[in-house]
Design a protein around this ligand. Sequence first.
Ligand code: ME8
Length: 510
Amino acid sequence: MPDGRPFYITTPIYYVNDKPHIGHAYTTLACDVMARFMRLDGRRVHFLTGTDEHGQKVEKSAAAAGLAPLEFCDQVSEHFRELARALNVSNDDFIRTTEKRHIESCQALWQRLVERGEIYLGSYAGWYSVRDETFYTEGDLVDGKAPTGAPVEWVEEPSYFFRLSAWGDRLLEFYDKNPGFIGPDSRRNEVVSFVKSGLRDLSVSRTSFRWGVPVPNDPAHVMYVWLDALTNYITALGYPDMESEAYKTFWPADFHVVGKDIVRFHAVYWPAFLMAAELDPPKAVFAHGWWTNEGQKISKSLGNTIDPFDLIETYGLDQTRYFLLREVPFGQDGDFSQKAMINRINADLANNLGNLMQRVLSQVQKNCGAAMPALGALTAEDEALLGQARALLPSLRTAMEKYELHQALAQIWAVSDAANLYIDQQAPWTLKKTDMVRMATVLGVLVEVIRILGILVQPVMPASGAKILDQLALPADARDFAAIERSPIAAGTPLPAPQGVFPRIETPKA
Ligand code: ME8
């Protein structure tokens, strides 16, 4: 039910060591679809994305580019902003970890942890992977490399530690009491067994490079980039001002969306830092799967990264948004292929929803005086189709609560399938010759179904959804989810001449 309840959703903040690729686009799009869905459903949404700019990896990339770190960050961070714009992403804020608000927030959180005795000075000797920005033990290594395949280097330096070892039992208790905290279940099991295997104190500062947030009262140290990065989620709400409107309204976050590579940081370290600082942990962390390209792992060294700007250019924005979210069950790995992309665009968009609209609206134009037809008595078939369309919203809500974005889309398209079948069976083009009242009813039922579908596709395809609703002459205040029940189109409302919304992609014949 629309109720103005707050909903805070975040993407990971992306490292600025490299330009954005399909994986970044995917996470951000998934969040955008959820944010738009919740807004249209009457929730008060705060949607955050941004860039992670400190640490050795970024420092090295800046040096390789011959730029000062901040200058380098300014450039690459801007590419991520451009990506969000190009993807038509509706984020409310874009945070950069080099901003003053964030440095102050990290230092305040650090102080709080120090005051509670959760951080102590020691020295670190062990392996570190700059690519993963992660500490590894000898036992973690596989053939002298990180388990991710990243190179490691030996590090010995004075370091502050966070007493993570003391938080194992409390984390397990927290997972137990909050069964929805980590999704999907496979990731939850992974995290629980990691914590059960015993936690060691975590090194949270470095002295061997400078590009980070200075540790308060000990400027020889900069903070470990993950402590810095995770804090962004509260910085953006005004932390350390916990009385700020944003903090009071939106913390704890409803939903941190991450890739499966960074679950541990979000589901172990982050709640431990927060609980240790006596702050509330987030409500849920959900990890989606990994994209491969035509069956191959995506990597810079293989030269097969997929540029999201190219996808938009080649296939269209809403087509790209739809494909990425429909193709792969959210939470599982998926493969990008040109063939799959073209198939989806042609089968689901052009031939299914696009064709339905074209057939219905062109007949309304020609045979119903270009106006919303009046409904006569309804048959069982009419009621069944309308019932199916009206039942969509509650079942989409359920799918979204379970993060089943692909299921939500499948359900919408099942109604489009049913409407295509209905028009074939009812054959309004034949009724035209025999029973104009029945023809009008059939077309009226179909316009109503298209209205509902148009409203419900807006989260995934905002521009195309708007085009569909424009063709139904729906005013701006009749496009949210509550309008599905509230504002049906009145009979006789003039409808503009239909225009194709989803062009087919023609492929050269083999
Ligand atoms: O980890 N398939 O940033 P990052 C799907 N700065 N998603 C992918 C992907 C792929 N092949 N490759 C990347 C960091 N991603 C940290 C986060 S948060 C406080 C700090 C997505 O630039 C996925 O969401 O390496 C993954 O978690 C994220 O990009 C990693 O981005």
